[in-house]
Design a protein around this ligand. Structure first.
Ligand SMILES: NC(=O)c1ccc[n+]([C@@H]2O[C@H](COP(=O)([O-])OP(=O)(O)OC[C@H]3O[C@@H](n4cnc5c(N)ncnc54)[C@H](OP(=O)(O)O)[C@@H]3O)[C@@H](O)[C@H]2O)c1
Length: 239
């Protein structure tokens, strides 16, 4: 049984993680961390016997592993706390920049870290297939990613679209179009088109819970790994 600290516990992903952890046999939430001074501090967390907390130091001391789906600013604070307490972290927050990657490098010298813009396991096979297509197709094919997410999503393009593009850009130019509409949990479509042929590949998340399940699976895999930086492709045995 591993004890988890969920940061941003009142957020969309935080709530999904709490719900999913309750139906996993070998995970237990010991801290649901929320913004300091939030009115929900001390209120019971449904499906657990604990209350929401804003005490970062106590949270990081207590938990075996941290799962973070919050904002880039908050993530920086949590990376620093994870370093102080030498705690593994599963990191799902997107729109991170150089300062985060420096902090992740530092943390990975004392604890294992997984950072992924998309914890849906199927997406990692999709990444591998799109990289293969980008390498194999002639340059006559225009390449476009169209990503669609719910209208609350703060960043665009999505972290997933940026990672897809990054992998394909070593072989060809890639354009990205972002749509923010309705309640879409995350859809990534890759188009390859030239004058004579058109190909469409798509991955669609049908529920937010799929990201939470992927993060919990990653947590169970990561918790006893040596310090270092890991990715979901390592769990799946993809290169
Ligand atoms: N990797 C993946 O598979 C994946 C999947 C889905 C989403 N995401 C990413 O995960 C992140 C969160 O998404 P979401 O839809 O759950 O967003 P959300 O509903 O806005 O939740 C974010 C939560 O973080 C909390 N928070 C912000 N600063 C905090 C702090 N300093 N201390 C404690 N809590 C803090 C917010 O609290 P307040 O309301 O008090 O500000 C909010 O409850 C985004 O970056 C999103 O792109 C990644």
């Amino acid at each position: 049984m591993i004890s988890l600290c969920i940061t941003g516990a009142l957020g969309r992903m935080g709530q999904s993680l709490i719900k999913q952890a309750a139906i996993y046999n070998n995970t237990q939430i010991t801290v649901g961390l929320i913004r300091q001074g939030h009115t929900s501090v001390g209120i019971p967390i449904t499906t657990t016997d604990i209350t929401y907390s804003d005490n970062i130091d106590a949270a990081f001391k207590e938990a075996d592993l941290i799962i973070d789906f919050t904002t880039p600013d908050a993530t920086l604070t949590f990376l620093d706390a994870a370093y102080q307490h030498k705690k593994p972290i599963v990191l799902g927050t997107t729109n991170l920049c150089k300062v985060h990657h420096t902090a992740i490098e530092k943390l990975s010298t004392v604890a294992p870290v997984i950072i992924e813009p998309n914890f849906a396991l199927g997406m990692h096979v999709f990444f591998a297939l799109m990289k293969q297509a980008a390498e194999a197709l002639p340059q006559t094919f225009d390449t476009t990613i169209i990503e669609t997410h719910h209208h609350h999503k703060k960043d665009a393009p999505s972290g997933t679209a940026k990672m897809l593009a990054n992998q394909m850009q070593q072989f060809r130019h890639v354009d990205i179009t972002s749509l923010r509409t309705g309640n879409n949990y995350g859809e990534h479509v890759v188009l390859f088109s030239n004058a004579g042929e058109h190909m469409t590949f798509a991955h669609k998340a049908l529920s937010r819970d799929i990201f939470a399940q992927g993060a919990l699976d990653a947590s169970l895999w990561l918790v006893d790994k040596p310090p270092g930086q890991y990715a979901v492709k390592n769990i799946l045995g993809l290169s």
